[in-house]
Every structure is written in structure tokens, then in C-alpha cells.
Design a protein around this ligand. Structure first.
Ligand SMILES: [Zn+2]
Length: 140
């Protein structure tokens, strides 16, 4: 299934091919191409979400697979200093969980985009649109 039109798709493909390939920028461009308005890094919200869509009361976190322990091949830990990484990432995951809980309690729709999911821009665009516009939610 595909909910993204061809005009939007070409816009998305252009945005993904551009030089500026930071994961968060990619997601921002995609959301922009889909016509969403958003704000960045709301410091007043738990976990300081990367992208905030006030109209949809949705927040988006763009997570690096390694740092947030996605469980995909990209999140494999180095063999050296194993204990250090385990502890560091355990703390990150704890912070993530707390932020999601606090945001959801406050009525926010929390969407997590994983770095490895950025490869398929079209699929990501569809998934984002569906997550943001979940049927049980209405724009403000
Ligand atoms: Zn991943």
C-alpha cells in the first residue's frame, strides 16, 4: 500500500539525494515534502524531541541505531570496552523510555524513526503519514 502521491514522491527522492544527509535533516525534508508544519527541539518537552508537529500533537524522535540500541545490525556493540557501552546505552534507553512515557501521559503521539529506516524514503514517508494521522487522532 502506498499513500504518497507521485509528485510528493519525486520531491522526497530529490530531498533524499541531496548532499545534506544528516538523519534528522532527512526526516525534516521528508515531512516538509509531505506538507507538514513542525518545530524543532522543543526544550520544554520531555526528552527534547527532534521534531514537534503541534497541529497533530505528535513528536518525532530520530534515533541512531547504535546509541538507542535498535537491535538491527547497525546496533552491534564493539567487543572492546563492552561494559562501558552496555552501561552507557542502558542509560540512554532508560531516558528514552521515561521521555516516551511522560509525553504519552501528556497526550502526545510519540513516533520513533530509526536511522536504518531512512534508506527507503518512500516507505518511511508512508509510515510517517500513517503514524501522524492515526485515525484515533484529529488535528487541533
Ligand atoms: Zn536500526
Amino acid at each position: 500500500m502506498d499513500t504518497v502521491g507521485s509528485e510528493v514522491r519525486s520531491k522526497i527522492m530529490r530531498s533524499v539525494r541531496s548532499k545534506d544527509t544528516g538523519p534528522e535533516r532527512k526526516v525534516r525534508r521528508l515531512l516538509h515534502a509531505l506538507g507538514y508544519r513542525f518545530r524543532l527541539h522543543r526544550k520544554d518537552l520531555p526528552g527534547n524531541p527532534d521534531i514537534v508537529l503541534p497541529k497533530w500533537r505528535a513528536v518525532v524522535f530520530v534515533h541512531g541505531c547504535f546509541w538507542h540500541d535498535h537491535g538491527c545490525p547497525r546496533s552491534t556493540k564493539p567487543a572492546t570496552n563492552a561494559e562501558y557501552w552496555v552501561e552507557k546505552i542502558r542509560k540512554t534507553k532508560l531516558r528514552d523510555r521515561r521521555a516516551v512515557l511522560e509525553l504519552e501521559t501528556a497526550g502526545w503521539n510519540v513516533i520513533v524513526v530509526w536511522e536504518c529506516g531512512l534508506k527507503d524514503a518512500s516507505a518511511l514517508a508512508t509510515a510517517l503519514k500513517e503514524s501522524i494521522e492515526r485515525r484515533d487522532r484529529k488535528p487541533a
